[in-house]
Design a binder for this molecule. Structure first.
Ligand SMILES: *Cc1c(COP(=O)(O)O)cnc(C)c1O
Length: 384
């Protein structure tokens, strides 16, 4: 099997599994308990917090462990709205993950006003439009660091600076950026940042929200006093330990993302562009994650293509995993102004540090052949 779908989820690094296992076995204490078994668990959670803070360049106390990237996104928006109930305006973009879009849509139904920033053909927002959209009653600007479908990177430092000048809280969904691009929160005026474990070789069901120590925060999950009274619920110790270990490994492998992984992605992309006629890259090619390529392939239907490639052992994706299964074309590609046809013929390949040059070579032999077959097939069907 060739796994080219690392933006959907990643393989748990064996070292991460090794680090977490004792906390599913003999080290089962509750971190809130006073005896040694509990203290050992609390100590492990504290260590994981420091490891994650190390990757992000923040204080350990600014890290809040959550259950998923979706919860982190929801918690950030909820905190901003609760902090300042008179502010009922939110700014986000049309290309965000559904964890932001669905929440913003629900808020709109409850009377909040949402400004949906559009993107150009490259997948980038207009910073002047952002500047004009900020109002005195803007509770939060929420814009993603890296797009999960195209890999396009928003200019987060500039966006953060604009929000700082206007004293407007800023949240970034950095689920796809953490571990792939350098992040140093000590240098950026960001209030909230979301990340998720399973996108960086930790298991599913653990994530984090960075909350700047100067930001007002109100819990999303009310309950016990865990996480410095910022999130109720007994800590998922084993998974938190895993996220800490994954963060430390991500820091060690970060430069590799920009060399080895980028080279593999570039070779795959170049190879497909050269061997398949009618292929185009979606998204600004230079301002992009090093691991992702989103390609529009004329004359194919991506759902069919996924099934065919699966038969040949290649895992990739059509748009985001959360929306595939439905026939709706990707909202990201539509927002970039592409036709429904182009959006429906798009495939995303997302690589990771466990991929090899041999896999890229094999994929370059398989994919062009299968595209040709699918094209022939759909021509035949149309001719009937
Ligand atoms: C995967 C993803 C999420 C959701 O994270 P989960 O842990 O799966 O809830 C949010 N935002 C982006 C950009 C993502 O890629």
């Amino acid at each position: 099997m060739i796994y080219f779908d690392n933006n959907a989820t990643t393989k748990v690094d064996p070292k991460v599994l090794e680090a977490m296992l004792p906390f599913l076995q003999e080290q089962y204490g509750n971190p809130s308990s006073v005896y040694r078994l509990g203290k050992a668990a609390a100590h492990a959670v504290a260590r994981a917090r420091a490891q994650l803070a190390g990757l992000l360049g923040c204080e350990p106390s600014e890290i809040l462990f959550t259950s998923c990237g979706t919860e982190s996104d929801n918690a950030a928006i909820s905190a901003a709205l609760t902090a300042d109930p008179d502010r009922k305006h939110l700014i986000t973009s049309k290309v965000e993950h559904s964890a932001i879009i669905k929440h913003a849509e629900a808020l709109a139904r409850r009377g909040y006003e949402i400004t949906w920033l559009g993107v150009d053909q490259n997948g980038l927002i207009d910073l002047q439009e952002l500047q004009r959209a900020i109002r005195p009653d803007t509770a939060l600007v929420s814009l993603m660091w890296a797009n999960n479908e195209t890999g396009v990177l928003f200019p987060i430092a500039e966006i953060a600076e604009i929000c700082r000048e206007r004293q407007t809280p800023f949240h970034t969904d950095a689920v796809q950026a953490v571990g792939k691009v350098p992040i140093d929160l000590s240098r950026l005026p960001i209030q909230f940042l979301s990340l998720s474990g399973h996108k960086l070789h930790a298991p599913k069901g653990v994530a984090a929200l960075y909350v700047n120590r100067r930001a007002k925060f109100f819990p999303f999950l009310l309950g016990g006093g865990q996480e410095g009274k910022r999130r109720g619920g007994t800590e998922n110790t084993a998974s938190i330990v895993a996220l800490g270990a994954a963060a430390e490994l991500a820091a060690e492998h970060l430069s590799e993302e920009n060399t080895t992984v980028r080279r593999l992605r570039d070779r795959l992309e170049k190879g497909l562009l050269e061997t398949i006629p009618g292929v185009a890259v979606n998204g600004q090619p230079r301002q992009r994650l090093p691991n992702t390529t989103s390609l529009s392939i004329e004359g194919i239907d991506s759902e069919t293509m996924l099934l065919v490639l699966d038969q040949r052992g290649i895992c990739c994706s059509a748009g985001s995993a959360c929306t595939s299964g439905s026939l709706e074309p990707s909202h990201v590609l539509k927002a970039m102004g592409f036709s429904t046809e182009r959006a429906r013929g798009s495939l995303r390949f997302s690589l990771g540090r466990f991929n090899t040059a041999e896999e890229v070579t094999q994929a370059l032999q398989i994919i062009p052949r299968e595209v040709a077959k699918v094209r022939q097939l759909s021509n035949g069907v149309l001719a009937v």
